[in-house]
Design a protein around this ligand. Structure first.
Ligand SMILES: [Ca+2]
Ligand SMILES: [Ca+2]
Ligand SMILES: [Ca+2]
Length: 167
């Protein structure tokens, strides 16, 4: 990044020529590109007011051991994937409303995680889900559950070998 500074006359707003030289400290907030229209990876911040993935296939990384999405205060929007990979054995709890709220108009949420024996992550979902035929997405096999919510059909894809308790 190149930064050029000029002194400025307050009387007539004339900028100095040449520009001043010196040392500048420029802080770019967090050093992280904010989410936008592309495919973003976003770390869940349960203390945030809102985390929005916007367009694109956005991955919400969960680092906590146990997250109940039904009671989070952070408003999650336009997320497509919850990633439980790494961070040990984790459990996430969802219901129909939390899936509907955190996804975009497609109402489809995919959950990926650790599948090795003794380190499986767990997904708990309530709200009246029905299991459909498994689907393979990008060579990974998923158990597929759907739920009717008003005029919308929600879809939950859970990576094979995760522990799940869906009702
Ligand atoms: Ca998105
Ligand atoms: Ca995005
Ligand atoms: Ca994990």
């Amino acid at each position: 990044m190149s930064v050029t500074a000029h002194t400025m006359e307050t009387e007539n707003s004339a900028a100095s020529t040449p520009s001043e030289t010196g040392t500048f400290n420029v802080t770019v907030s967090g050093g992280v590109t904010p989410p936008g229209p592309g495919n973003d990876t976003i770390i869940l911040n349960i203390n945030a007011v809102r985390q929005d993935g916007y367009d694109g296939e956005d991955t919400l990384v969960v680092e906590e051991n146990n997250v109940d999405f039904r009671s989070l205060t952070v408003e999650l929007l336009n997320m497509e994937i919850i990633d439980l990979t790494n961070n040990g054995q984790q459990t996430v709890t969802l219901d129909a409303a939390s899936v509907q709220n955190m996804t975009d108009g497609n109402n489809e949420l995919t959950i990926q995680g650790d599948t090795a024996t003794d380190s499986e992550d767990t997904v708990i979902a309530s709200g009246g889900w029905t299991q459909d035929a498994d689907q393979t997405i990008d060579t990974i096999n998923y158990h597929v559950f759907t739920c009717i919510s008003g005029s919308d059909t929600l879809q939950l894809n859970i990576e094979e070998h995760l522990i799940y308790n869906i009702s």
